[in-house]
Design a protein around this ligand. Structure first.
Ligand code: SAM
Length: 284
């Protein structure tokens, strides 16, 4: 059916994102020792503007995530919606800043591929086993469940089934919970994405929602405080020494295109602050 073709096109965006991230890390923009296990091919060379755009995206998202973990002292949950082949779980494990439980959701087909990589590659499976106390992990092809890491195959447009699965894998709605969506809501209709965002606000007592995508899109009624910065502003707030370092990696004579690209995207974060998470000073 047409909708299957459309969903397949959406799923393929997961490879695009990972290949671009893999390429940027190969050029030294940031370090990710795990991404090589998910994407073998580097793809063709990407323009410096694209690499810098991914740099700002990844740094901006990590910065907000790390701020939330710090604020809650890791006594929290993280739910990465449409996580694709994201490697954040392994970064947090290596940095010893894992939340109580880290959840990921994506289409069952993507999840099955991710689980296959994890099962067959010891650098991926070892950290997971190290954080798990029982003898056996649940690994059924479409879901993975361990003490600290859970991967769920689900369609984010079907809220009741999403909720059922998250509850089955012991999500705690009373615990402060950070939701991340990085280039995901843009693939749904505005009605579908606002239903998802509303469901989070209605279900979790203390929550933060971080969304990265094109500027005009996010709908956030039901949240107590909402902030947004376009990526040009985020780029300007990143530590100057990091910016100087990455700007030396690849020569970029004409900045106009980079500025246009960055201005089309934004990071938006919303807080539901029942337990007084307080104002987040995002880019100190
Ligand atoms: N967040 C990852 C990143 O930034 O590297 C992947 C981004 S990729 C552009 C979009 C991801 O969202 C894909 O992995 C896709 O399968 C997932 N996705 C989009 N719509 C979805 C839906 N309705 N249900 C579950 N996953 C979905």
């Amino acid at each position: 059916a047409d909708s299957d073709v459309a969903d397949e096109a959406v799923r393929s965006t997961c490879d695009d994102a990972s290949i671009c991230k893999r390429f940027a890390t190969s050029q030294g923009y940031w370090t990710d020792p795990y991404i090589q296990y998910f994407v073998r091919q580097m793809g063709e060379r990407k323009a410096p503007e694209i690499n810098r755009g991914y740099y700002a995206r990844v740094q901006g998202m990590s910065h907000l995530l790390d701020a939330f973990l710090k604020r809650t002292q890791c006594d929290c949950q993280v739910v990465n919606l449409g996580a694709g082949l994201d490697t954040t779980f392994w970064r947090l494990k290596a940095e010893n800043t894992l939340p109580k439980k880290y959840f990921e959701v994506d289409f069952p087909m993507i999840v099955a591929r991710k689980i296959h990589h994890i099962k067959t590659k010891p650098p991926l499976s070892k950290p997971l086993i190290e954080t798990h106390s029982a003898d056996s992990l649940l690994l059924d092809g479409h879901n993975l469940d361990s003490d600290r890491y859970c991967i769920i195959g689900a369609d984010l447009r079907d809220i009741s089934s999403l909720e059922e699965k998250l509850r089955k894998f012991q999500i705690i709605t009373e615990l402060p919970t950070l939701f991340l969506s990085e280039c995901v809501l843009v693939y749904m209709t505005p009605e579908q994405s606002s239903r998802l965002v509303h469901w989070v606000a209605n279900t979790f007592h203390t929550a933060m929602f971080i969304n990265y995508e094109q500027k005009e899109r996010f709908l956030l009624t039901g949240w107590e405080s909402v902030n947004a910065l376009d990526m040009m502003a985020v780029y300007g707030l990143l530590p100057q020494e990091d910016i100087s370092r990455i700007e030396r990696l690849e020569f970029l004579d004409e900045k106009e295109l980079l500025h246009q690209l960055l201005q089309h995207y934004s990071i938006c974060w919303a807080v539901k602050d029942t337990l007084s998470l307080g104002e987040f000073n995002i880019f100190p």
